[in-house]
Design a binder for this molecule. Sequence first.
Ligand code: SF4
Ligand code: SF4
Length: 291
Amino acid sequence: MRAQVAVSGGKGGTGKSTVAVNLALALADVASKSVTLADLDVEAPNDHLLLGVALGEGTPVEQFLPRFNYGLCTRCRKCAEVCEEHAIITLRDGTPFLMPNLCSGCRACEIVCPVPGAIEESSKVIGWIHETNTPHGLRLITGLLKEGEERSMPLVVEAKKRAVETAGDLLVIDTAAGTGNTVSSAIEGSDLLIAVTEPTPLGLHDTELILRLGSLMKLRMWVVINRSDLGDAEAVRNLARRYGAEVVAEIPYSETLLESYVSGRPVVVHRRDCEEARKFFEIAERVLEVV
Ligand code: SF4
Ligand code: SF4
């Protein structure tokens, strides 16, 4: 049976992707299993950069858009009234106009329209799903939102679906930062949620939100404290305890990790014997004990 591990974190720069990438590589190494990494931070995916690989072939993801047939439309405004995204504006006489960037493709307008054929089917490309086989034996699925597109949820849902359907033994999900809808959708169904944080006031605040979300979803939760020597790590430990989460690793500020981030050479592959790589291998061993 496939196991799913989600790696999440607060505001950008906490080390979330570094943990997700190195953990996925360490799992592929120690478990000798087929591991897929899904980068669902679709507005700014960067796992491929950390892995030092170019994105593989991309498949466009399309979303429903209404197209008005003005020859049939009776200008009743029902479509505009039902649209929660305010993607349809109407002229004084009720003629509807669509603002495509705001449309989420929910089809509510199509459902309420009382005139058959007044709303026709159209679509737009909202992004791409890239599938990349890395030289490290890891399969990478990357969701990439089209520039200017404001709704990332449909792409996160599609990219996750592709990852879940095609993953082998283990699926590691790198979510977007924060606790928005796209994050809950990304972590849903996980056997384990790993919250990556820094011991700063902002880090504590963001981590509490993630742990609260994980508790509501009744997930097993772990915490990784990155740059653990640059703040109040004890406060993070106390917070984790309050939510029944275990602190599984504390990683002090590391020039080695910074260098590996910039050069796209993950430590678990290129610096296997360093202290930081050892910690990722330890987390991987622990993961395999619980999933
Ligand atoms: S599909 Fe949904 S979001 Fe798009 S215009 Fe219709 S009601 Fe609005
Ligand atoms: S609901 Fe249908 S008929 Fe009414 S304004 Fe919209 S498109 Fe026209």
